[in-house]
Design a binder for this molecule. Structure first.
Ligand SMILES: C[S@@+](CC[C@H](N)C(=O)[O-])C[C@H]1O[C@@H](n2cnc3c(N)ncnc32)[C@H](O)[C@@H]1O
Length: 228
C-alpha cells in the first residue's frame, strides 16, 4: 500500500483521491514544500528540488486523469522524494522511487517516514531500472543542462516502463519542438502540456540570483502501440 493508516503529521488521513476525501492541491503543496531538502546537492546530477506548487500541480493533474490513486507509480530521479511522497499521499497502490544518489535516498526515506507513507526506494541508474508492473511514471528529470541528453534518457526509460508518463522539461520553443519530435519517434503521443513557473533558490556557485525563476512544461505522454 502507498500509505499507512495514520501518521504523526495526520497527513495520511486525507487518504485516497476521491472527491470530498482528497488531499487538496494547496494542502498537498504545503506538505510537499515542508519536506527536507538535499543537504549538499550536486550540480552535475542537477539536484534541484521540484517546488511544492509544481509537484502538487503534476500530481493533481495525474490523479484527475486516474493515473495515481490505486496505481503502481514510479518516480524516476526521485531525489529527496517530493513527487513520490505526494503520489503515496494521493493513494497510489505502490510507489517506487529511483535515484542514483544514496544521500538523496536517505533524506527521501526520512521524508516518507515523516509523511507516514511507505515507499520502495531503489538506488541505481534509471537506465538500468526495470519494473514490469508500472502503471505511471512521474518525473522531474535533469533538464540536460549539465549532461546533454540526460532528460531524453529519462523520457525514453519512462516510456519503456509505463503506458503513461508525467514529465517536466524546460519550456522553450526549441525544446518543445525537440520533445514533440522525440516523443513521436518513441511511438508515443503528448496528450497534455501545461506551462508552470519553476524556481530554484541559489544553491550553486554559478547561480547569480537569490532565486532563479523560469518556465517549465509539464507533459502527459501516452505510449502508442509501436515498439522501438
Ligand atoms: C531535478 S532532480 C529532481 C529531484 C526530485 N525528483 C524532486 O522532484 O525534487 C533530478 C534527480 O535525478 C537524479 N539523477 C540524475 N541522473 C540520474 C540517473 N542517471 N539515474 C538515477 N537518478 C539520476 C539526481 O540525483 C536528482 O535527484
Amino acid at each position: 500500500m502507498g500509505k499507512r493508516a495514520s501518521s504523526p503529521t495526520g497527513w495520511t488521513k486525507c487518504g485516497r483521491a476521491i472527491s470530498g476525501d482528497v488531499v487538496r492541491k494547496k494542502q498537498l503543496e504545503i506538505i510537499l514544500q515542508k519536506l527536507s531538502p538535499h543537504p549538499s546537492p550536486s550540480a552535475e546530477l542537477e539536484q534541484y528540488m521540484t517546488p511544492g506548487g509544481v509537484a502538487a500541480a503534476l500530481l493533481q493533474l495525474a490523479n484527475s486523469q486516474g493515473d495515481i490513486a490505486g496505481k503502481v507509480v514510479c518516480d524516476l530521479g526521485c531525489g529527496t522524494g517530493r513527487l513520490a511522497v505526494g503520489a503515496a499521499l494521493l493513494g497510489a497502490e505502490r510507489v517506487i522511487g529511483v535515484d542514483v544518489d544514496p544521500t538523496a535516498l536517505e533524506i527521501a526515506e526520512q521524508n516518507a517516514a515523516r509523511a507516514g507513507v511507505d515507499i520502495e526506494w531503489i538506488r541505481g541508474d534509471v537506465n538500468e531500472f526495470k519494473r514490469a508492473d508500472t502503471d505511471t511514471v512521474i518525473q522531474n528529470p535533469p533538464f540536460g543542462v549539465q549532461r546533454r541528453g540526460a532528460d531524453m534518457v529519462f523520457l525514453r526509460k519512462a516510456l519503456q516502463l509505463a503506458p503513461v508518463v508525467y514529465s517536466l522539461h524546460k519550456a522553450t520553443p526549441k525544446n518543445r519542438a525537440f520533445i514533440a519530435e522525440r516523443v513521436k519517434e518513441m511511438g508515443a503521443k503528448i496528450t497534455d502540456r501545461l506551462e508552470l513557473w519553476f524556481h530554484i533558490p541559489r544553491q550553486f556557485k554559478f547561480h547569480t540570483r537569490r532565486v532563479h525563476r523560469f518556465k517549465v512544461d509539464l507533459y502527459r505522454i501516452e505510449k502508442g502501440g509501436k515498439k522501438w
